[in-house]
Design a protein around this ligand. Structure first.
Ligand code: SF4
Length: 166
């Protein structure tokens, strides 16, 4: 997998568990009944909620929340803030893709069920961190076997646990 094929979903998984990045990139599908990994639901919701406000840009897609001459705000609607760090980096990745194209934007994570919203802003530190993530994702996806990962707090509900702990 080349850097150009890395997308926001992989950034999201990278921030949950690096081993999942390997499974995902090798087309190994998680258990669909799984609430944590939720890939099926994730993709379904992501595509289902698409409307005319959604924008494709390169290999990423996101919702435009607000656009004026001065400002572009892109958003991701999530069911729960349980995975906020992963969601934040996913959105940050979209902001970086825009930034690389000379488009300044800021982001907002929306949690309608929790009546919560979190602002996400790109800065130099985040850009550097994303570059490290992208390079590491590329390294992981090129491994022949999944990386050894200690169990973590997401394992209990992970759709890949049978691969890891059977
Ligand atoms: S079971 Fe745990 S270690 Fe294995 S892929 Fe899932 S989160 Fe990662």
């Amino acid at each position: 997998m080349g850097v150009s094929e890395i997308n926001g979903t992989l950034i999201w998984y990278y921030n949950i568990c690096k081993k999942e990045v390997w499974f995902m990139s090798h087309s190994i599908v998680p258990d669909q009944g799984d609430e944590n990994i939720d890939l099926g639901k994730f993709i379904h919701e992501f595509s289902y909620k698409r409307d005319d406000k959604e924008v494709s840009f390169g290999n990423v897609k996101f919702d435009v929340v607000f656009q004026s001459k001065q400002e572009l705000v892109i958003g991701e609607t999530k069911k729960s803030s349980k995975y906020e760090q992963a969601s934040k980096w996913q959105l940050m990745y979209y902001l970086k893709v825009l930034n690389d194209a000379g488009i300044n934007a800021r982001g907002v994570l929306l949690y309608p069920q929790e009546r919560k919203r979190t602002d996400v802003n790109l800065n130099d530190k985040a850009i550097k961190k994303l570059e490290v993530m992208v390079n590491d994702i590329e390294r992981i996806t090129n491994l022949n076997i999944p990386p050894e990962i200690e169990s973590n707090r997401y394992c209990i509900k992970c759709g890949y646990r049978e691969y890891c702990f059977a």
